[in-house]
Design a protein around this ligand. Sequence first.
Ligand code: ATP
Length: 157
Amino acid sequence: MPPINPKFDTTPIVVFGPSGAGKGTLLQKLFAEFPDRFGYSVSHTTRAPRPGETDGKEYNFTSMEKFQEMGVKQVANHPTFPRPRFVFISPPSLEVLEQRLRGRGTDKEEDVLKRLEQGKKEMEFAKSGGVNPKVVVNDDLERAYKELKEWVVGKEA
Ligand SMILES: Nc1ncnc2c1ncn2[C@@H]1O[C@H](COP(=O)(O)OP(=O)(O)OP(=O)(O)O)[C@@H](O)[C@H]1O
C-alpha cells in the first residue's frame, strides 16, 4: 500500500459489489485520474486466480476458512479504526450482470453461474441495512464514474 498523502481526507472507503458489477473498471479510472490521492488495500477473495492474476496483486487468494477468521480478526484488532464510508457498485440488473460476466470472457460457465448466485446475495445484503452504503448503479460507465467520483472526492475535483 503506498503512503497516504496527508493533504487529503484519510477516511477509508470500502467499495463492494457483485463480481462483474464493474468495481475494477471504475477504480481504474479513479486511480488514473487521481494518481497520488489513494492508498489501495488489496482485497481478499475465496475464488481461484484467473489466468494472468498473481496472488497479492489483484487479490489475496485465500480459503473460505481463513477468510472468515481474518474478517473477524480485522474487526477485533482495530478498535479505533476510523469508520469507513461504503459504496456499493450495483449492476443495472441481474441480466446485465450476466451479460458482463460472460462478455468479460474470463470465467468458466460454472463460475459464471456461481458468481450470479453470489451476486444475488450481495444485492440483498446491500439492501438489508447494516452498512447503509452509497449505491452507484453502473449503467453507463461515464455517468456512473461521474457519480462515484463526486461522492469520493467531491464536486470541486
Ligand atoms: N458501465 C459498463 N458498461 C458496459 N460494460 C461494463 C461497464 N462497466 C464494466 N463493464 C465490463 O463488465 C465486465 C466486468 O467489469 P469488472 O471486471 O470491472 O467487474 P468487477 O466488479 O471488478 O469484477 P470482479 O469482482 O470479478 O473483479 C468487464 O468486461 C468490463 O469491461
